[in-house]
Design a protein around this ligand. Sequence first.
Ligand SMILES: Nc1ncnc2c1ncn2[C@@H]1O[C@H](COP(=O)(O)OP(=O)(O)OP(=O)(O)O)[C@@H](O)[C@H]1O
Length: 260
Amino acid sequence: MNDATILLRARGLTMRFGGVVALNELDLDVQRGEVLGLLGPNGSGKTTFFNVITGLYAPSAGQVRFADTDLFRASPQQVCRAGIARTFQRSRLCLPLSVFDNLMLGCHIHLDHGLLFNLLRRRRFEAELTRLQRRARELLATFSPALADRLYQPVGAISMIDRRRIEVCRALISDPRLLLLDEPSAGMTHDEADELLADVLRVRAGLGELAIVLIEHEMGLIERVTDRCVVFNYGRKICEGSYRTIAADPWVQEAYLGQG
Ligand SMILES: Nc1ncnc2c1ncn2[C@@H]1O[C@H](COP(=O)(O)OP(=O)(O)OP(=O)(O)O)[C@@H](O)[C@H]1O
């Protein structure tokens, strides 16, 4: 892989929880602008990889480089500032808050919260608020125009599928260069999952070089949307390549495709 095209580079990444080695000297690259599928059985370390990259867990050893920034043991704030955003397997929305407030949580790190700014620079504050409201509506409308009309309703009143869309929008509103999606289709029908991923790819087309790492168990979805795949087992990478390459792997055939 050409060094200039690599956005995220993990080397020897290891995460131990007591005696459990969740990531075991993992080497993994994400290229600029690619959609990378991350597969592996339950407990193979996929979510731990996301948690380590986004600063929720401090890795035991290894290196993590994102573009020109060293992100080894970086804080979640540093990771977000560097341009990485994510969604979670279980919904992390704040249900009593409005859709708009939840989206703002996704970019609060880029906002000026200074009391003086907010009190004294009213014009700039209002201009910034208007810009963010427009951006929030725009993003939501890409997924569902009806959802964009519910910008000021509490998330608790919104359907589960729309909550998933809001979570993806909350990650996208910070204009990341890398988006980590942890099983975005969980709890959805095949058609809903297809639609959600198609919407994500449509938004991505307007965002230049956004790379996506997608944890997903549904092989059809992986085949349709990924450029490349990596398969984990016991915290190690056991194969990688195009969907066709990994689908030809005997282990993947047995574990995922019911063959072998
Ligand atoms: N906070 C934690 N404390 C202790 N062990 C953990 C913690 N987080 C993950 N693990 C362990 O690390 C291993 C990898 O878990 P992880 O959640 O990353 O797997 P996964 O591939 O994402 O699985 P799934 O598909 O079920 O989400 C598992 O053995 C899990 O029990």
